[in-house]
Design a protein around this ligand. Structure first.
Ligand SMILES: [Zn+2]
Length: 140
């Protein structure tokens, strides 16, 4: 089985397939997300893809009222803020992503430490269609 190259393009392709993939260093065992073609810990090149469970918890977050263009096109902005956060996965690595299913208008109601699970957000049309990584509160 040939592996996809360890690039952000491959990471995006996996997201489009609704898979959250990290890279594992075969030398020191470190897990990296976003993927790295070379281990930054030991400079090992024995890298392989590893699928994450998508479960984790919220480490930090912020709510955004002044949205970048892509988010304005998705309907966010001053009157409809959104939440972005750092999620620490159960496997260890942390990644920043949009946090859905929380009330970004009332950030005092969003608690660091809540359990989250991965979700995949489809945006755009035609050639501009792409999948974004998101997380939402875990049920149960
Ligand atoms: Zn390593």
């Amino acid at each position: 089985m040939s592996e996809r190259p360890f690039t952000s393009t491959s990471f995006q392709q996996y997201l489009a397939e609704h898979r959250l993939m990290a890279t594992r260093c075969g030398t020191c065992g470190a897990l990296h997300l976003p993927p790295r073609p070379l281990c930054p810990s030991c400079f090992g090149e024995a890298i392989s893809w590893e699928e994450m469970s998508g479960s984790g918890h919220l480490k930090a977050f912020t709510t955004i009222h002044i949205a970048p263009t892509a988010m304005i096109e998705a309907g966010y902005g001053r009157n409809n803020p959104y939440c972005t956060g750092v999620v620490e996965l159960d496997e260890g690595p942390a990644i920043s992503a949009q946090i859905l299913g929380v009330d970004a208008s009332h950030p005092q109601g969003i608690a660091v430490g809540i359990r989250l699970s991965v979700t995949f957000v489809e945006r755009g049309q035609g050639d501009g269609r792409h999948t974004l990584l998101g997380f939402q509160p875990a049920v149960g």
